[in-house]
Design a protein around this ligand. Sequence first.
Ligand SMILES: O=C(O)[C@@H](O)[C@H](O)[C@H](O)C(=O)CO
Length: 481
Amino acid sequence: MTLIDKDFLLTNDMAKKLFHNHAEGMPIIDYHCHLDPKEIYENKNYPNLTRIWINDGSFGDHYKWRLMRANGVPEDLITGDGDEYQKLVAWAGTIEKAVGNPLFEWTHLELQRFFGIKDQFTTKNVKEVWDKANALLATDDFKPRNLIKNSNVKAVCTTDDPASDLKYHKLLKDEEKENGFKVLPAMRPDKAFNIAADSFDEYLKGFEDVSGVKITDFASLTKAFEQRFEYFTSLGGRLSDHGLNSFHFAKASEAEVDAVLAKGRQNEQLTDHEIDIYSTALIEALMRLNHKFNWTMQFHVNALRNQNGPMYKQLGADAGLDSMGTQPDMAAQLMNLLRDMQNENSIPRTILYSLNPNDWMQLATGMGDFYGDGTGKGIEQKLQLGCAWWFNDTREGMEEQLRIMAQQSLLPNFVGMLTDSRSFLSYPRHEYFRRVLCNFFGELVERGQAPDDEEYLGKIVEDISYNNAYNYFKFFENDEK
Ligand SMILES: O=C(O)[C@@H](O)[C@H](O)[C@H](O)C(=O)CO
């Protein structure tokens, strides 16, 4: 088989039929990514392949950055102010050694799908790739909105601080029909959890300004959040997202939480238990709001972030300096949270991603304990095991998540994949996932574990590719039919 040929990752006849006849043509709902809504709105062509692929000032693909560092590339040719063509040469030299890494496959998929380049990308043809790609990048088809539209994307969910004014989401909402896709805010309140940060009080002051609510205690903080839920909802937002790098459930009285919040605002030293009390109170308050507003809550847990202190000071977060978390009882702590919230029937639709796959069986079995709306009415796949995330975003990681979701719950209800990317060229990650998905079902057929029935299995892969996300997230529920 040639590199990335039409049956790439498809190892049996049913897999090929399922992908080519059912999954391949389905639209995309990218319900978690880090694209900048300003870049979508301004819709400017990228000057060259380095800027859209590796690093464009504030935004960049830190997956590539990690590999380049592993290959000994100096930082000025990664995130620094080195020559932009030399950065691509450095990437070519890195990708030459990345065989077996998903970025090797993603890189060649993207060169094929967007630029029609089918040769292996190496330091020998990097100049030819640079010239061909840059010529295309200057055309209208390579403006951000056309890259989204031509990738058959119907919704993009960005990652937004609750204090954001969502200026560009508002502007893009007015052009939704013309664009042919939605750009929706997903609320990521991680900074509000960071009570031990020196900047915490400053952050809450900004939160007061944007919400119009004076935050004097935890109840008023919750009220401020409710105002932001109303605002995000008005712009089509139906998602919150929580990066709980670690989490320890610690229930406390409102007075205790207020006391911790007051200490945090004074930038006083907090104990680990005090931080846990505040985090537990806040995540529960946000679960109640997700439930009230009929949103979906995403948990991105068990990550070790910003591990390289000197480089973190220089580059900030999401700079490729993170790794898999090792909190051994993360799933148990989340179960404490879910059990507590079930007692008041306040669990919203929830997707649980852990960066540590050791958590996946515990999460997949645990989520089956919580279901329905508490009145006897069912909710299809209310809790979901999140797709293979970040370092697990590999063929094997995806296969493992699909296997566990199938064996512990109902894989045909799964809401499928996301790019989690900062680049407009990452939509082939959905194709990659759909190929793995179709091969998963094809292998079940090969082993006699699933019927040799293309129509039956085709509907399932179409649902996982798009229809389930369409129905589960409610992004389109207010659209005129
Ligand atoms: O949302 C997250 O927590 C992660 O996506 C994180 O932001 C990371 O930078 C990333 O993009 C991993 O794919």
